[in-house]
Design a protein around this ligand. Structure first.
Ligand SMILES: [Mg+2]
Length: 123
């Protein structure tokens, strides 16, 4: 069985790009475009890694991360924040919310697979 990764991003182009890059690497990919959809997927599936866009409509990625990290059975699933904010302090905010890592958008299609592999290995 291949490693399963949940990608949460409200931007359809970003969601498609990240998902397709991961699928090309042989991962099974689950896609969600907001916190509600992500939570409904997590009610049935247990991915090995979650890629979490920070800026989401409704509950944002940081709030969702805090929620998942306090949910028994999900707290151990590594969450990697995806953020387009080129703002100082954003990475710290993600880590403070419980994220296990941070990837800046736009994602670098060449280094992205290696970054993911590294986060999975650390998990
Ligand atoms: Mg977004």
């Amino acid at each position: 069985m291949s490693t399963c990764i949940l990608v949460v991003d409200d931007n359809p182009i970003n969601l498609k790009l990240a998902s397709e890059l991961l699928e090309m690497e042989g991962y099974e990919v689950l896609r969600a475009s907001d916190a509600e959809e992500a939570q409904s997927i997590l009610g049935e599936a247990r991915p090995e890694l979650i890629l979490m866009d920070i800026a989401l409509p409704g509950m944002d990625g940081l709030a969702l991360t805090r929620k998942l990290k306090s949910t028994p059975g999900l707290a151990h699933v590594p969450i990697i924040a995806l953020s387009a904010f080129a703002m100082k302090g954003d990475e710290e905010k993600a880590l403070a919310s419980g994220c296990d890592g941070y990837i800046t958008k736009p994602i670098n299609t060449r280094t992205f697979p290696t970054q993911i592999k590294g986060h999975l290995r650390r998990a």
